[in-house]
Design a protein around this ligand. Sequence first.
Ligand SMILES: CC(=O)SCCNC(=O)CCNC(=O)[C@H](O)C(C)(C)COP(=O)(O)OP(=O)(O)OC[C@H]1O[C@@H](n2cnc3c(N)ncnc32)[C@H](O)[C@@H]1OP(=O)(O)O
Length: 497
Amino acid sequence: MDTTLRDGEQTSGVSFSASEKLTIAQLLLQEVKVNRLEVASARVSDGEFQAVKKITDWAAQHGLLDKIEVLTFVDGEASIQWMQKAGAKVMNLLTKGSLNHLTHQLKKTPEQHFADIRQVIERAKEEGISVNVYLEDWSNGMRSSPDYVFEALDFLTAQPIQRIMLPDTLGVLTPAESYKFVKSTVDRYPNQHFDFHAHNDYDLGVSNALEGVKAGAHGLHLTVNGMGERAGNAPLASTIAVLNDFLPEVKTSVREESLYSVSKIVETFSGIRIPSNKPLVGENVFTQTAGIHADGDKKNNLYFSKLMPERFGRQRLYALGKTSGKANIENNLRDLGITLSDDELKKVTQRIIELGDRKEVVTPEDLPYIISDVLDSEAIEEKVTVLNYVLTHSKNLKPSATLQVRIGEKVFEESAQGDGQYDAFMNALKKIYAQLHTELPMLTDYTVRIPPGGKTDALCETIITWSIGDRDVKTRGLDSDQTVSAIQATQKMLNLL
Ligand SMILES: CC(=O)SCCNC(=O)CCNC(=O)[C@H](O)C(C)(C)COP(=O)(O)OP(=O)(O)OC[C@H]1O[C@@H](n2cnc3c(N)ncnc32)[C@H](O)[C@@H]1OP(=O)(O)O
């Protein structure tokens, strides 16, 4: 069960719009093919209500309504009414899985709590809602009040419910405890379906999920990019890869090749950047940096593992920088269709190492420029040159740009306004390219780096990612002025285009 839209949205600072939630739900069910989705907590807000309604309307049209779940509370009619109006048919009822929570938060006895739960389950059944039950703080309950946990489980397993969900609410379990606690629970109730819900507070989410499944859990709760409250939940992508590679006898429905695209969509919608070293979905995790590794890849794939990028819809890349050797550069040249002699290759390698030493980022798309520069050759023909421009910026008036660009033999001039100077520049550029019936590629990422130290006249590096055909192309500009560096990066893109 994927809970990106409920527990994942509990990441501090994240709020998905209704249409973003619908898009993520559609991707997860139709492309990634997870079995179930938890899409919201009941009663949270009007916006959340609208989002659930949008998802249930779509799911009902596609025969998927039984896959849409909503977290609800032991609150008499309130959650049931909310769910009913939102069109949801599966509730994940939040009950207390430790005596500590029951006594100090709800201030109830087990008998009172069970009576309240029974009433909610009966009412849900009358409304045609099927019920799963969370035992919140179950992990601490197993440590500190196991008698209460088993009393609750004796009660729950006699109720007309589908699944019991065992959360490590605060992510405090070790892998060994995850195994032990799940096993003792599953063994005692062999006919009951149990889900295990791991959090990542000690970075043990994936390991704990693996142990939970080994111990007999029938389902897992995961989130895209490991989003979730505090340190997040066990991440979908790595947990699936771990299960596929280390427990092949356990089958899931998830399609590995769709995991990266859903991860990028969730990154964009949530605004939470994926760390570049995040397993499977981080930008750099399939990039060989060290020259020795790139060399070994050519020799019998010495540095390959089962974790091949193509499994996840990704590609192996070879970084350019001070630890590059000839093999890194050759790999990039091959992609660009450029061949160099041994001597030329040595000179280009040397220049890339020097740039890397100066902490400059070198992208594969910089290579033709570096080659022209180092070899004084014409590896790249400058067909497009930004000749002149004027950019304005003022208070309370829209920024504007006028620019003159030479394309081939012809010079074009256009003006435009925009939301910022660069946007105005791009709008003017689009007008010029419209005259050539050429659409400019979509800008998919824009990052600006300045060296640490806080100097405002420092060199500023802008790296822009463009979507050209089915490729992501990165171009780089470097100048003490941020807009100028962005314009340099744009000119490089125009020449590559
Ligand atoms: C493991 C998890 O991640 S659980 C995540 C649960 N989801 C959420 O909390 C969603 C976001 N929450 C909210 O929007 C709000 O907290 C609401 C709408 C649920 C409730 O809001 P409020 O009425 O303002 O209550 P508030 O948030 O201050 O406190 C929670 C109340 O719920 C009670 N409560 C706690 N657990 C439960 C439960 N499982 N069932 C019913 N009530 C509960 C608390 O005792 C407290 O009641 P009290 O005020 O009578 O002492």
